[in-house]
Design a protein around this ligand. Sequence first.
Ligand code: NAD
Length: 356
Amino acid sequence: MAHDVVLIPGDGIGPEITSAMRRVVDASGVDIAWNVVDAGAGVMDEFGTPLPEHVLDAIRSTKVAIKGPITTPVGTGFRSVNVALRREFDLYSCVRPCLSMPGDGSRYTDIDLVIVRENTEDLYAGIEFDEGAPEVAELSQLIEASGQKTFKPDSAISVKPISVSGSRRIVEYAFEYARRCGRHKVTAVHKANIMKASDGLFLRVAREVAERYPDIEFNDKIVDATCMGLVQDPYAFDVLVLPNLYGDIVSDLAAGLVGGLGMAPGANIGRDIAIFEATHGSAPDIAGKDIANPTAEILSACMMLDHLGEGVAATRIREAVKKTLAAGESVTGDVRRAQTGSTEGCVGTQAFADAV
Ligand code: NAD
């Protein structure tokens, strides 16, 4: 029987990389009934929202979706569709494996680490007040009344909620993932020395959860030291579990260890719904030119195939990607530039998919 999957092409390079991904998945022989629906700025005029109800209904029905990146206006305009989807379906775990592939053009070889990012809380909760909003003055008064030094009156405020239950389930996910995938160590990343309440809570809960997994090594690291450590000795890390914002930033850093954003896949996993997508954004600077690297999206599809119980096809596609990169004749410009310093002799998005 066919697997029903919602496909959201997305913005920018999204349509190009998802079409490449779809051709590769279809060529693997797995029977997928693709339900293609649009979200983002392009549907605003028609539906008055970047995330129409029929898109949510489609995902509720299939429980599995794969998407291209969706542009979020900076500073003003609608809130992130990506964040809205994660919150709507409570997709609390964002799993981003970073695995070296021969020929990926990176400075490092044999990187094998996994980012587990909390996906629903933290500064991404979307609780924000502009400067001058009455809530800002009220909050200032509350803080003064508690005896603490308050902030400047012309401040804007973003709220950073981190809960015991939210921290517990993401750290448990990281440990369960480590056990299931035969990994040996989990590192909790935080800034609890400065944010003693919110990050302090995350660290305390992580330590409590770690006690229940004596078979898995556990340590914790401050986020800035983690960034330095990842660049200097990435082999010291295995599974990293992070609150939302640090997880977002460190994911891009880790992508840089394995050839860049074009190589880094991801999955947003909830209790019964999963949405797969590359780590990168819509890359407007290279959109519509058939030059984006579809590897991250193709590897995200492999994670989806594993999730659908189609592990054999997922492994075949991963091997095909590895072989194509290692052969070095058909690679996209980002990889060629990383390998040789120039894009000369690279191929386009669709030609790379053909080669795979
Ligand atoms: P980006 O990830 O889109 O691009 C950063 C850099 O990486 C650019 O130089 C781009 O050309 C390059 N790049 C990204 N993907 C690539 C690929 N597959 N192949 C080759 N090069 C690639 O980050 P940005 O420019 O900061 O964000 C653009 C938009 O994407 C913003 O609106 C942002 O909000 C959105 N975004 C969406 C998602 C998502 O849909 N999940 C994630 C991140 C950012």
